[in-house]
Design a protein around this ligand. Structure first.
Ligand code: FMN
Ligand code: SF4
Length: 452
């Protein structure tokens, strides 16, 4: 059933979707992409968004390196309405890699300079500023703050993930006191982000990092595990605290996993007997609770990019090493992601939701995005891998009415492979001068490590 992308028009894709019994739509009227979107007190000038895409390439202290500065300057030339900045650790021990972005009092000046410079670039080129949201994270089970060594901080044991993440029977799950101590830590990071010139922060709860795994901590004891109220308590408390300390003119966002595709009692959002089947009751309830807690912007994601079903997060043509080719067609994976966004948008009402899962559709992203916007199945068309491969896609669409096939992401998973090999990542295909040598070096290092 899996197939590589081989379509020359939206009509050809539509035929395929019909034969698969899917309902994906494409629209030739691209005007919805120009729609402004109100997020709390700010107007995003159009409906294209950059999804958070981490480069694993900050300075050792978390500050923006030359590669980080280059990435956000390229995005500033893209004319996006919303730039959702990559995962930024709130605390050293929660960094996913030793070069993960981290905003501190010591490097605040460097962040402020980059935010100012890139917003100014955008204003000078397009006459508007994008809305900037910084994703705040604690990597939990996937923490690797020094070198490549796992230093997992887990909310519960998980028989499937423990052996893959350096967790042993002797590992003690993080205490309630530790979890509670993170509330002011997130709030302090949010205040710093505000000082640096960001318009808001995202309290990240996706992809099975700490707050995401906590949503699924059915087997944890105490006030952060077991019942729905307990599993969502920390996320909601952090959001309320950020809202309280940052005030009314600051956006509080949340990117969360609607569906983990991971067996009960270790996953969130799936059927208790069939872990590949979505169960909407808890995700819908969470959307309502997030909105009641004061969230202004949402982005849904799904799956665990580190496990063996990465198509649930990002549909692809080729997989990274050791990952099986899925049985489902990439269009089925895309329809699932679009369906999640539609459900979250319907439930969230006037709170805008950023859609994802577009990159596999290449030059037909604008037509798919316009159809979803027109049907109110999302408020933003979010671009992940495409923002690495083709950072100025929106600018091209606004200028020429089309995305250029030869600049598009080809969903080859090489940027993911670099991450898995512990390198600094970007697009190996469309930005090959910079990233092909990094890819080779990281692969070489990983192969040497495997044979050592
Ligand atoms: C190399 C890489 C880095 C990513 N970094 C982040 C991140 O920092 N935060 C996040 O929420 N998602 C991250 N993602 C997921 C993307 O934001 C996005 O959800 C996913 O790639 C699907 O969108 P796409 O089809 O447009 O690529 C990353 C994905 C890749 C491939
Ligand atoms: S390496 Fe480039 S082309 Fe390949 S998946 Fe990543 S962004 Fe897309």
């Amino acid at each position: 059933m899996h197939e590589r992308f081989n379509f020359n028009s939206p009509e050809e894709i539509r035929e395929k979707t019909k034969s698969l019994g899917l309902t994906l739509e494409f629209s030739g009227d691209l005007s919805p992409l120009r729609q402004e979107v109100r997020i709390r007190h700010k107007n995003a000038p159009n409906s294209f968004a950059v999804l958070p895409m981490e480069g694993c390439d900050s300075g050792p202290d978390g500050s923006p390196s030359e590669l980080v500065r280059r990435r956000y300057k390229r995005l500033a030339a893209g004319a996006y309405g919303l730039v959702w900045w990559e995962a930024c650790a709130v605390i050293g021990e929660g960094r996913a890699n030793e070069l993960q972005m981290m905003l501190t009092e010591k490097n605040l000046r460097q962040f402020t300079a980059l935010v100012t410079e890139t917003k100014t670039l955008c204003r000078n080129s397009f006459g508007h500023e994008p809305v900037y949201v910084l994703q705040l994270t604690h990597s939990g089970r996937y923490s690797r703050p020094e070198g490549c060594r796992p230093r997992p901080l887990v909310p519960q044991h998980d028989p499937i993930l423990d052996p893959r993440t350096g967790v042993t029977a002797a590992t003690i799950p993080v205490s309630d006191d530790y979890l509670e101590s993170l509330v002011p830590v997130y709030a302090a990071s949010a205040l710093l982000a505000r000082e640096a010139g960001f318009d808001g922060v995202d309290i990240k709860a996706c992809h099975r990092y700490l707050l995401s795994e906590l949503l699924a901590s059915h087997t944890r004891e105490g006030k952060y595990g077991g019942s729905y109220e307990n599993r969502t308590r920390l996320l909601l408390n952090i959001i309320k605290e950020v809202r309280r300390v940052c005030g009314d003119d600051f956006i509080t966002a949340c990117r969360f996993n609607v569906f983990d595709a991971h067996p009960y009692p270790y996953g969130f959002g799936q059927d208790k007997t069939d872990f590949l089947k979505f169960a909407p009751a808890e995700p819908e309830r969470l959307v309502l609770d997030l909105c009641a807690a004061g969230v202004d912007l949402l982005s849904n994601s799904a799956g665990n990019p580190y496990y063996i079903y990465p198509q649930v997060t990002r549909p692809f043509d080729s997989s990274s090493m050791g990952i099986p080719i899925p049985e489902e067609h990439p269009l089925e994976s895309i329809e699932r992601l679009f369906g999640f966004t539609g459900l979250v948008q319907k439930t969230a009402g006037s709170v805008p939701v950023v859609g994802n899962g577009y990159s596999w559709l290449r030059q037909f992203i604008p037509q798919a995005g316009a159809a979803n916007l027109a049907a109110k199945r999302c408020s933003f068309v979010g671009l992940g891998r495409s923002s690495f491969a083709y950072p100025d896609l929106p600018a091209d669409v606004f200028k020429t009415g089309a995305a250029k096939k030869e600049k598009c992401c080809i969903a080859c998973s090489k940027c993911t492979q670099i991450m898995r090999d512990h390198g600094r990542t970007g697009c190996v295909i469309r930005d090959s001068e910079v990233y092909a040598p990094i890819y080779k070096e990281a692969r070489h290092g990983a192969e040497e490590g495997e044979t050592a």
